[in-house]
Ligand binder design. Structure first.
Ligand SMILES: CC(C)(COP(=O)(O)OP(=O)(O)OC[C@H]1O[C@@H](n2cnc3c(N)ncnc32)[C@H](O)[C@@H]1OP(=O)(O)O)[C@@H](O)C(=O)NCCC(=O)NCCS
Length: 137
């Protein structure tokens, strides 16, 4: 399987991906704004076909968040999700200066912790539990 990584995601591609995994979708306008404000984004294609995406958002200095990691159902289980996650991690690492540190946060859906552990993320539910809140208008 020839997995190619790129560093841009169009709003069409983003919407195609989130819809493919059944996530709540957004307006094109909101997606365009989100992509414009993204720190790092990675897209995986297989023989030219869109297979997966992932993003990092944050303050570009102290803290950032891994988000929207998703692989189309027909391409899951071939190492694409891990490849995207490791590439995003590498992009962050390359931009942390010597003597500095930056935290990468993420909020995995239940059962996905082991996937992120493969990319080096720590899972310590006795110490840290993720929380979230949707603001809807
Ligand atoms: C989660 C997701 C991104 C994984 O992508 P993927 O390309 O299928 O995963 P990979 O093939 O890269 O898996 C890498 C490793 O993680 C493991 N893994 C993958 N999904 C896992 C899961 N849900 N639970 C535990 N381990 C998992 C794989 O077994 C593999 O391990 P191995 O290297 O020992 O064989 C993908 O299933 C997906 O898009 N799911 C729907 C959207 C979603 O839930 N995204 C995450 C939101 S937090």
């Amino acid at each position: 399987m020839n997995i190619k990584l790129d560093y841009s995601i169009s709003s069409d591609e983003f919407l195609e991906m989130v819809e493919s995994v059944g996530w709540k979708t957004y307006s094109r306008e909101q997606v365009e704004k989100a992509l414009k404000n993204t720190m790092y984004m990675v897209k995986a294609t297989i023989d030219g076909k869109l297979a997966g995406i992932g993003r990092v958002v944050g303050d570009n200095s102290i803290v950032c968040m891994l988000t929207d990691i998703c692989v189309k159902p027909e391409f899951q289980g071939h190492g694409i999700g891990l490849k995207i996650t490791l590439e995003l991690k590498k992009l962050i690492e390359e931009n942390v200066s010597t003597g500095e540190k930056m935290q990468i946060e993420l909020t995995p859906t239940a059962g996905k912790e082991a996937f992120y552990q493969k990319a080096g993320f720590k899972y310590k539910p006795d110490k840290i539990t993720g929380m979230y809140l949707w603001i809807k208008k």
